[in-house]
Ligand binder design. Sequence first.
Ligand SMILES: Nc1ncnc2c1ncn2[C@@H]1O[C@H](COP(=O)(O)OP(=O)(O)OP(=O)(O)O)[C@@H](O)[C@H]1O
Ligand SMILES: [Mg+2]
Length: 357
Amino acid sequence: MPKKGQLVAVDMGSYSVKVAEIESGKDGLILKTFGMAIFSPDVIVEGQIQDKAKASQTIKNLFTHLNIKNKNVCSAISGVSCILKKLPPMQSKTIEQIEEGLKGEMEQYIPYDIAEVYIDHFVQTSGGEIPKPGVVLSEAEVVVAAAPKALVDSYVEVLEAADLNPVIMDIGILAIQNAVEATVPELPGQYIIVNLGSECLSIHAVKGNVPIFTRDTVMGGGQLTRAIMANFDLTYFEAEAVKLGNRGVQPGKEGLLKKIFTDYVTEWTKEVSRAVEYLRYTFPEITMTTIYLTGGTSKLPGIKDAITLETRMNVIPVNPFQGLLVDSRRFDEEYLNLYAPESTQVVGMALRQAGDK
Ligand SMILES: Nc1ncnc2c1ncn2[C@@H]1O[C@H](COP(=O)(O)OP(=O)(O)OP(=O)(O)O)[C@@H](O)[C@H]1O
Ligand SMILES: [Mg+2]
């Protein structure tokens, strides 16, 4: 039986859906459920759900396959249309004064028609703590989040059609940040997260647990798959197999394949490096030395070294399962390690559930 209030985390990505459940036990956090299923390529494109019926069916099948009885879920939206904006620090105010002041001010922070977005905000002390009611904060950090209603509603619709009850919608990159905070030992006070998935490259800088900068670009492993399809006249799944090294290309064409790989790795690396340069320029007082790397495409050979070389930063792959109690009779450690990079978001969402109690 699920614990009361426990939610199953469901991360619907452009490439695959991942689910996880984590419970807090007396000896630590326990991984209860983990699994994933690949969407067919027409289901979610650039974070937008194109085929709701197929998306629901894939999720429903995954829940059946994993024998998950709990219908209450949390999910997340992510991608270029989600806005995350840190406001300038606010001095000598209580949380109530800050929230009162934010009312009616949102238009200036959100580049959308305010009627068409869901808006949320969170306030932390500059040390990253949750403020207590009525306490005057010497300095407070406020982050505003917004996402198009149509996007959020489409995710909710898909989950409901899979007979699930979505209770919370998170922001993908914040869930990833949560997983990094919870699982990385000796986390530095300031760092950058790079999530390279199928259709989205997210670069997210954090200082004292507060997100100070987020940039999302429509880039990722899906580009590489499509380029392989086009250049070698292959189907999507054949191209995917070539990309993962499970299938070769026509003899004599290996050089072209290598060039396609190199070109995309260079393009993504340059995007990361541009963001790092921007951060160095905008926040000269903050010295960032570490990038935490996540997302399925971060498994591509050579990408970690390319980012290291280009940014001159320490690039560390994240394993979100590290630190969780995992029953080896229920989970294959090799399987978890294999899918660790793309599971950071779903684990971050599930950890929030465990931590909420
Ligand atoms: N071993 C691997 N080597 C290279 N690429 C891989 C490997 N394993 C998975 N990928 C690629 O990673 C991508 C999926 O990553 P991920 O699961 O992080 O994306 P997503 O969350 O589904 O999509 P989104 O971009 O919307 O967040 C796919 O393009 C897939 O081909
Ligand atoms: Mg993703």
